[in-house]
Ligand binder design. Structure first.
Ligand code: NCD
Length: 307
């Protein structure tokens, strides 16, 4: 069994390790069908969330529970943990590390997980750090593409929406860059275009990408249309800009009509209005299957870290 320690950023994974995670995730699907396992019996996972979450926190907690482990948790940690009294992240992590065997951290600052990992003394999993990364989401996204499209080589992926602040797309770019023949299209409103660090990384690794404006045109070419929410919480006072960005690209029936029959629409969720609910009934709408896959991938990660 391949072992894992911290999960901090998408670049830390190579293809062999990703294959091992996906193999284990498939086994985990069987485990769930057989009402779980006791492999992580008496292990404790702490989830420390300083930003809102539904899927990420609950799927991690379900994953740990289904493997027989225990969960301690603080949601709204900014408000309900001692951060409200002025405790530093480092001090909180040192203390929580004494109560648990792995810490799953979501924080509003990019780089927070690396800071936590430096002092924890136990494995830290980055469950989203500001506009930085969201590596476990990227793994479940890749797992979903593998399942839905049947391969990871030679695929065309259109990343749509808030590419500047969306940490899921940033992590996904790093993972997709590892596969032969991947082509990416970036479709984003002017003010939230993909940042230079990712573009430079792709250039350095000779991964072809193109920034385009016409979503319908790209939908004809893509195996995967990966839509994202405009990250309102990163705009601060700039509400005008947020309103401008929002509504610029919507996946609706007219976009679906352009897409190939085998192609899929993905979204990390939550969606606001960037995918029309009328698309949900289309078999190519993969976003709820994608969220479901998160359970198996997170079970696999916990198993590989703790078992
Ligand atoms: C994403 C996140 O938190 O970055 N949600 C998730 O974990 N599935 C996407 C988002 O909030 O838009």
């Amino acid at each position: 069994m391949d072992r894992l320690y911290h999960v901090l950023e998408a670049q830390q994974f190579d293809i062999d390790l990703i294959d091992a995670i996906f193999f284990t995730a498939q086994e985990m699907e069987q485990v769930v069908q057989h009402y779980g396992s006791n492999i992580l019996n008496r292990r404790v996972m702490a989830t420390l969330f300083y930003e809102p979450s539904t899927r990420t926190r609950l799927s991690f907690e379900s994953a740990m529970t289904r493997l027989g482990g225990g969960v301690i948790t603080t949601e709204s940690a900014q408000e309900f943990s001692s951060a409200a009294k002025g405790e530093t992240l480092e001090d909180t992590i040192r203390v929580v590390a004494g109560y648990s065997d792995v810490i799953v951290l979501r924080h509003y600052e990019s780089g927070a997980s690396n800071r936590a990992a430096a002092v924890a003394g136990i494995p830290v999993i980055n469950a989203g750090d500001g506009a930085g990364q969201h590596p476990t989401q990227a793994l479940l996204d890749l797992f979903t593409i593998q399942r839905e499209i049947g391969r990871l080589q030679k695929i065309t992926v259109a990343l749509v929406g808030d590419l500047a602040n969306g940490r899921t797309v940033r992590s996904l770019c790093y993972l997709l860059a590892k596969y032969e023949g991947v082509k990416m299209y970036f479709v984003a409103p002017e003010m939230v275009r993909m940042k230079d660090d990712i573009k430079e990384y792709l250039q350095r690794h000779q991964v072809p990408f193109e920034e385009v404006e016409d979503l319908h045109e790209v939908a004809r070419q893509a195996d995967v249309v990966y839509q994202t929410r405009i990250q309102k919480e990163r705009f601060g006072e700039r509400t005008g800009e947020y309103e401008q960005a929002r509504g610029r690209y919507i996946v609706d029936r007219s976009v679906m009509d352009c897409m190939q029959e085998y192609a899929v629409v993905m979204h990390p969720l939550p969606r606001v209005d960037e995918i029309d609910p009328e698309v949900d009934a289309d078999p190519r709408a993969a976003y709820f299957r994608q969220a479901h896959n998160g359970l198996y991938v997170r079970m696999a990660l916990l198993r590989m870290i703790l078992a």
